[in-house]
Design a protein around this ligand. Structure first.
Ligand SMILES: NC(=O)c1ccc[n+]([C@@H]2O[C@H](COP(=O)([O-])OP(=O)(O)OC[C@H]3O[C@@H](n4cnc5c(N)ncnc54)[C@H](OP(=O)(O)O)[C@@H]3O)[C@@H](O)[C@H]2O)c1
Length: 254
């Protein structure tokens, strides 16, 4: 059970080498409680050893590793079964994803399908499984990574943004569907974050660090908030963007 000061006994990270996901796990683990951390990551990832060392440094008493390929949908039930095999999961963080070359994505069918499967279908697949498991155990917190990009889908990143819009809606309503079962869902919507996903890109306004995302995500989850914008200005900015008519958005060209 996630207690009032953010201590959990078992934390599950899907996207076990995600910089933001690991920062959220670190934020939780550093609050004490000697948690077990289960990392679900592709066996082929070169970042697994570093991820294990990082969560151990943050305070994980025990680290488990499960092979997880987001694109292998048929394997997801067995992955989630394995994650819960040793007992309840208090917090599950859904943090895998790809950004990709946005100008390539909308013109390349195979790349667009892979992007949508990674950023929309797969997070929904594991969300359904996590929801059912947590409903059965009668408690749990899901922290799902969305993005400001999904608030108003824009020309500059509309393949990625469309998936984030969809998955944001899914996890918001998953929280609604599970609210009487003791399960909470918090959707996290950063703008640009300084991680390997955005390395090499020009820095956007209001860019934050992964530690800012982690603090905001954990604080929001503890407060039972269904969603959080990491930079406070993105709440009002998103509201304004949503209300701009399409012909004006077209002229703004972003
Ligand atoms: N960085 C940002 O600016 C930003 C802003 C808003 C939202 N977000 C969202 O936050 C989440 C985490 O992003 P991040 O910045 O932490 O990115 P990151 O460090 O690049 O992590 C991405 C993770 O996704 C995993 N992944 C990609 N495809 C996979 C697949 N087919 N199967 C299993 N794992 C796969 C990667 O695993 P490998 O190690 O195997 O590659 C890695 O663990 C994503 O959902 C992202 O969309 C990021």
């Amino acid at each position: 059970m996630l207690n009032a000061v953010g201590q959990a006994q078992h934390i599950l990270l899907l996207g076990g080498t995600s910089e933001i996901g690991l920062a959220i796990v670190d934020e939780l683990a550093s609050r004490g409680g000697d948690p077990t951390v289960t990392l679900c990551a592709r066996r082929s990832s070169p970042r697994i050893d570093d991820a294990i060392a990082e969560v151990q440094r943050a305070g994980a008493a025990h680290v488990r590793l499960i092979d997880f390929d987001a694109l292998d949908f048929a394997s997801h039930p067995a992955v989630i079964d394995a994650a819960f095999a040793d007992g309840d999961v208090d917090v599950a963080v859904v943090a895998f994803g790809t950004l990709g070359d946005q100008e390539q994505l909308w013109q390349d069918q195979a790349a667009a399908v892979a992007s949508a499967q990674t950023n929309f279908t797969a997070p929904m697949s594991v969300g359904v499984l996590l929801g059912q498991r947590m409903k059965r155990q009668g408690h749990g917190t899901i922290i799902a990574m969305s993005s400001v990009a999904g608030q108003r889908v824009r020309r500059s990143n509309f393949v990625y943004g469309a998936s984030k819009a969809g998955i944001d809606g899914f996890y918001m309503q998953l929280g609604e569907a599970l609210k009487d079962d003791g399960v909470k869902v918090t959707v996290v919507r950063p703008g640009q974050v300084r991680t390997k996903m955005t390395a090499g890109l020009d820095e956007a306004p209001l860019t934050v660090n992964k530690e800012d995302v982690a603090k905001a995500a954990v604080d929001a989850a503890l407060a039972g908030k269904p969603a959080v914008f990491v930079h406070k200005l993105f709440g009002p900015i998103s509201l304004v963007l949503k209300s701009i008519p399409a012909p004006i958005m077209s002229k703004l060209n972003f």
